[in-house]
Design a binder for this molecule. Structure first.
Ligand code: PAF
Length: 285
């Protein structure tokens, strides 16, 4: 596995692969890799000749009171894991190269309508930071296909939309969430949980499962289901940001006649912000 830090070296490598007609799959990450990332890599190997992974903790997607400074940086372990999974190239750019005019003065990419709802309403500018960095990385790696976890469902939809709007010739693939034995969605931030919090953390998934069961049995009072879930989470010591039942294709508020739904939630447990979602198909009326 080759590791590259410089953008011009990336361009040279990508030019070489492209000139010999090779397909490139790309997985952008912020490191602290877990089974969820490894599952993206497995899928990537099936889709392309070369697999590129980036590790970059992107400052512009963190709010000023968020965990940018404490975000786990585990490059050595990550690099060993990537080597073992047969990744061809690890890209570890520097902030000063990706944001040559500073993070505040950088060109920004925003997907209106999607960026300021749900997680975007609680983390202002977060998705602008995500779409901006992903666009920069796409321009450098020029992948044929890029893979993202479905745990970050809103991020996945926003990236699909940005790629479409900006006419980028890239296929975006969503890969199902990988879960711990008790249902907790794997996440780099799970390492912040204390032992007690970890025991309690799967309540988030179990609460979403409960709502999805009720929808499948025909319940249509979505606001009441959301309110009930919020109460369960509060009782279990979570501080929820939201629990919301939405249309899976565009994240609009779910209507009783909609058939393809997703239940999304974000909640804090101690200092850890957890997010999760479940797709659900209600019975036809
Ligand atoms: O999902 C993540 O890890 C990040 O938001 C991403 C896509 C790597 C952009 O920094």
């Amino acid at each position: 596995m080759r590791t590259i830090q410089k953008i011009d070296e990336m361009h040279a490598q990508i030019r070489m692969w492209r000139s010999s007609g090779k397909q490139i799959a790309f997985i952008p990450t912020m490191g602290n890799l877990h089974e969820g990332h490894l599952s993206l890599i497995k899928q990537a190997h099936q889709r392309a000749d070369h697999v590129v992974v980036s590790i970059f903790v992107n400052p512009t997607q963190f709010g000023k009171d968020e965990d940018f400074d404490s975000y786990p940086r585990t490059l050595h372990t990550d690099s060993n894991k990537l080597f073992e999974t047969g990744v061809d190239l690890l890209f570890t750019p520097k902030t000063s190269d990706l944001y040559p005019h500073g993070t505040k003065a950088s060109t920004r990419i925003e997907v209106p309508g999607y960026s300021d709802i749900l997680c975007g309403a609680h983390r202002p500018n977060h998705f602008i930071g995500v779409t901006t960095i992903v666009t920069k990385l796409f321009n450098i790696v020029q992948p044929d296909v890029a893979l993202f976890g479905e745990k970050d469902y809103q991020q996945l939809l926003i990236i699909c939309r940005a790629v479409e709007d900006l006419c980028m010739p890239i296929t975006i693939l969503g890969v199902p969430t990988i879960r711990e034995h008790d249902g907790l969605a794997m996440s780099s931030r799970n390492s912040y949980l204390s032992a007690n919090e970890r025991q309690n953390a799967s309540t988030l998934y179990k609460t979403l499962k409960q709502i999805s069961k009720e929808i499948v049995t025909g319940k249509r009072n979505y606001t009441a289901l959301e309110q009930n879930a919020l109460s369960i989470l509060k009782e279990a010591n979570f501080t929820p940001d939201y629990v919301s039942i939405r249309r899976a294709d565009n994240l609009a508020l779910a209507q009783p006649e909609d058939s393809n739904l997703i239940v999304l939630a974000a909640a804090r447990l101690g200092r850890t912000r957890l997010i999760d979602n479940i797709r659900v198909t209600p019975p036809t009326i």
